[in-house]
Design a protein around this ligand. Structure first.
Ligand code: PLP
Length: 394
C-alpha cells in the first residue's frame, strides 16, 4: 500500500522557503550569505501593536473566539475596507483566517469541484497552483510576458476561459513581479469575468507597498456587479510587518464566506486570539509606521534598481510595488557558462554567497527574484557580489 495520498504526490515544497532554508544552512556553517530570498519585511512589528497584544493577554483574552474571527476584528476590517478602499461589507461577508495563505487555501477548498479550472497569470505566487490542485482544481496558466510588463490582458483571459473555468486570480501589486494593474486594465479583465461568469480572487496583500505616488485600486471597486463576484484577500503580514502573527482575511459573497467559516470551524477553529487583538490595533491604531516602512522600501528600490540594471546580461523592469525585483538573467546565465537560470541561481548562492529565488518557481524560468526587504548595506553588497560574479565569468 502507498503510505501517502495521491493528492500530495505532486506537491512541491515552496521554492521561496526552500532557498531560505538553504541560505540558513550555509550561514550556520559560518559562510557569510546574504539572503534575498525572504518574502517578509525586515522591520519589527510596530510597538503599539505589540502593546495591544500584551494587554489583551494580561486581560485574560486568551480563549477561543468565533471560528471566522472576533466581531471586534471583523469591524476593524470593515472600517479599513471603507477607509482605504471605499468598499462596504457586512460582518457575514468577512472571514479572518491564519494568514492570507490559509485564507486562499480555504477559499479554493470551498470554491472548486474536481476538474474546475482556475486561471493563474504568470508570473504567479508559488502557492496558487498548489492550492488549486489540492482542492481538485486545474491551474490554467496565461503568460504576462516581460513585454507586457508581466501583466495579462483581457484578451488573453477571454481566450483561456472554457466551460470549466471557475475563477481567475489577480494579484496586484504582484509577487514576484512588483507590477500593478491600472484601473483600466482591471476594468477590461472584470468585463471578461462578468461576461464569462467567473469568480475573481483578488490578492491585495501588497496593497500598502506602492511607489512613485501610485495609489491602490481594488478590482472590487469597479462596480457592484464586479464586487459581488470578487473575493478580496488581504492581511497584515506585509503592511504592518506582522508575518509571524498569521492573520489574513477575505471579504466577499456571504455564501462563500459562510462556507469558508464552516470549513474553518472543522479545520483550524479561530486564528490565534492574541494575534487577532494585535490586528485590531493594527487597523484601528495609528498608521504612521505603515507609511514609514513603505518609504524605506521605496528608497532602497531607488538606490538598488539602477545598480542591478547595470549588471551585464540583467534586464530589469522597474517594480511599482511590493518588495521584489525580477530581473531576466537569461543572457547573464548563458554568457557565464550556465545551461539554465536555475543553475546560475544555485551558483550565485554557493559561489557569490547571495541567495535569490529562481524564477522557475513563479513560472518565469529566465528570471531570478530578489527581495529588497533587507538593509541597504546588505543590498548594495549583494549587488556588488553578483556584478563581480558575472563579470569574472563572462
Ligand atoms: N499572497 C501573496 C502574493 C504573498 O506573497 C503572500 C506571502 O508571501 C501571501 C499571499 C500570504 O501572506 P500571509 O503571510 O498573510 O499568509
Amino acid at each position: 500500500k502507498n503510505l501517502l495520498a495521491n493528492r500530495v504526490k505532486t506537491l512541491s515544497p515552496s521554492a521561496t522557503l526552500a532557498i531560505t532554508a538553504k541560505a540558513k544552512e550555509l550561514k550556520s556553517q559560518g559562510i557569510d550569505v546574504i539572503g534575498l530570498g525572504a518574502g517578509e519585511p525586515d522591520f519589527n512589528t510596530p510597538q503599539n501593536i505589540l502593546d495591544a497584544a500584551a494587554d489583551s493577554m494580561n486581560k485574560g483574552l486568551t480563549k477561543y473566539t468565533p471560528a471566522g474571527g472576533l466581531p471586534v476584528l471583523k469591524q476593524a476590517i470593515i472600517d479599513k475596507l471603507i477607509r482605504d478602499n471605499n468598499l462596504e461589507y457586512k460582518p457575514n461577508e468577512i472571514i479572518v483566517g491564519i494568514g492570507a495563505k490559509h485564507v486562499l487555501y480555504t477559499l479554493f477548498q470551498v470554491l472548486l469541484n474536481e476538474g474546475d479550472e482556475v486561471i493563474i497569470p504568470i508570473p504567479y505566487w508559488v502557492s496558487y497552483p498548489e492550492q488549486v490542485k489540492l482542492a481538485g482544481g486545474v491551474p490554467v496558466y496565461i503568460e504576462g510576458s516581460s513585454e507586457q510588463n508581466f501583466k495579462i490582458t483581457a484578451e488573453q483571459l477571454r481566450n483561456a476561459v472554457t466551460d470549466k473555468t471557475k475563477a481567475v486570480i489577480i494579484n496586484s501589486p504582484s509577487n514576484p513581479s512588483g507590477m500593478v494593474y491600472t484601473r483600466e486594465e482591471l476594468a477590461e479583465i472584470a468585463e471578461v469575468a462578468v461576461e464569462k461568469d467567473l469568480v475573481i480572487v483578488s490578492d491585495e496583500i501588497y496593497e500598502k507597498l506602492l511607489y512613485n505616488g501610485l495609489e491602490h485600486f481594488s478590482i472590487a471597486q469597479l462596480s457592484e456587479e464586479v464586487k459581488k463576484r470578487t473575493i478580496v484577500v488581504n492581511g497584515v503580514a506585509k503592511s504592518h510587518s506582522m508575518t509571524g502573527w498569521r492573520i489574513g482575511y477575505a471579504a466577499g459573497d456571504a455564501e462563500i464566506i459562510n462556507a469558508m467559516t464552516d470549513l474553518a470551524s472543522h479545520s483550524t477553529s479561530n486564528p490565534t486570539t492574541t494575534s487577532q487583538y494585535a490586528t485590531v490595533e493594527a487597523y484601528n491604531g495609528p498608521q504612521d509606521s505603515v507609511e514609514e516602512m513603505r518609504k524605506a522600501f521605496e528608497s532602497r528600490l531607488e538606490t538598488i534598481y539602477p545598480k542591478l540594471s547595470a549588471i551585464p546580461g540583467f534586464k530589469v523592469l522597474k517594480p511599482q510595488g511590493a518588495f521584489y525585483l525580477l530581473p531576466d538573467v537569461a543572457e547573464a546565465a548563458q554568457k557565464t557558462g550556465f545551461t539554465s537560470v536555475d543553475d546560475f541561481a544555485s551558483a550565485l548562492l554557493t559561489e557569490a554567497n547571495v541567495a535569490v529565488v529562481p524564477g522557475s518557481g513563479f513560472g518565469v524560468p529566465s528570471t531570478i527574484r530578489l527581495s529588497y526587504a533587507t538593509s541597504l548595506d546588505l543590498l548594495e553588497e549583494a549587488v556588488k557580489r553578483m556584478d563581480n560574479f558575472v563579470k569574472t565569468k563572462w
